[in-house]
Design a protein around this ligand. Structure first.
Ligand SMILES: [Zn+2]
Length: 285
């Protein structure tokens, strides 16, 4: 799936950068002012160019040979699209083993930074297009993690935060942190005794659910299935009682749903934050 680029960052000569939408640029202005001064809206290094066809259609594209300068999780990153790309990306994600407590801290930090940024009023324009809001995660780079054998020490790669709007089939089997807004909450207790819950996210194109399978409440950090049900019901109340959209961030493997759309499989209570609150905070509400 080729993702259309609708905005870029413009770097002026004074060293400031600001988001600019494609419709704000004319051919003449591009040649005069913007050429060579536009980079990816997701804070990647890749430079962006502007083209206007004779029929007036405008589009942004990545400079030749700079497709790989988009970060791995950027939807404009070329090397990781397509079949080979997907398996490469899966390998990358599966190679990362991060402790659940660290994940919890990162998700919580991300949410509070995001809220702070939103209150600045600045984030809105650029964030419409962003797949990740906090791209620099310096602290994480300084922490160590165990590899698959649990023996070697290394550096934790940044946790990548992706907007649910940009989750696509290319993400299947990847393990990612996805953020979005909850549209509705469902708790399913079917006749065959299987119990699961999910949050349906507000998305334009694809159905994206934050999904809580049995593995979630079987996790040693969850008290009981009743506790899990209480959590789901409380989140449902947060969503139905709140006139503002309620934000969620979840970390898990992206799986294809039986019928259509994609699930983010959450298997630990430390991998989910709703409106800045942890699983445990929500139980106490
Ligand atoms: Zn990019």
């Amino acid at each position: 799936m080729k993702v259309k680029i609708e905005a870029a960052y413009y770097h002026d000569n004074a060293g400031n950068k600001k988001p600019i939408e494609i419709n704000e640029i004319s051919k003449e202005e591009y040649e005069e002012k913007y050429k060579g001064h536009l980079t990816c809206i997701n804070n990647c290094k890749a430079r962006i160019r502007f083209t206007q066809k004779t029929n007036g259609t405008k589009f942004f594209s990545t400079w030749n040979h700079e497709g790989e300068l988009h970060d791995l999780d950027c939807p404009y990153h070329v090397a990781y699209k397509g079949k080979n790309g997907r398996s490469k990306l899966k390998e990358y994600y599966h190679g990362i083993k991060i402790d659940d407590d660290i994940i919890a801290r990162r998700l919580k930090d991300w949410m509070s930074k995001f809220h702070a940024k939103q209150n600045d009023g600045y984030v809105e324009k650029s964030d419409k297009y962003n797949t990740k809001t906090i791209s620099e995660d310096k602290e994480a780079n300084d922490m160590t993690f165990a590899d698959e054998n649990g023996s070697e020490q290394g550096r934790i790669p940044n946790l990548k935060y992706k907007n649910a709007q940009f989750v696509s089939d290319d993400d299947i089997e990847c393990i990612e942190a996805i953020w979005g807004y909850i549209d509705n909450v469902q708790l399913v207790e079917d006749k065959s005794q299987s119990i699961y819950g999910y949050f349906n996210l507000k998305t334009k194109n694809k159905t994206i659910n934050v999904y809580f399978p049995e593995a979630f409440y079987e996790n040693e950090d969850v008290g009981s299935v009743e506790e899990f049900k209480t959590f789901i019901k409380k989140v449902n109340r947060m969503v139905t009682d709140n006139p503002e959209p309620v934000m969620v961030i979840a970390y898990g493997a992206i799986k294809k749903k039986r019928k259509m759309g994609l699930n983010i499989n959450v298997i630990s209570p430390k991998r989910i934050f709703v409106d800045g609150k942890s699983y445990y905070d929500i139980l106490k509400m």
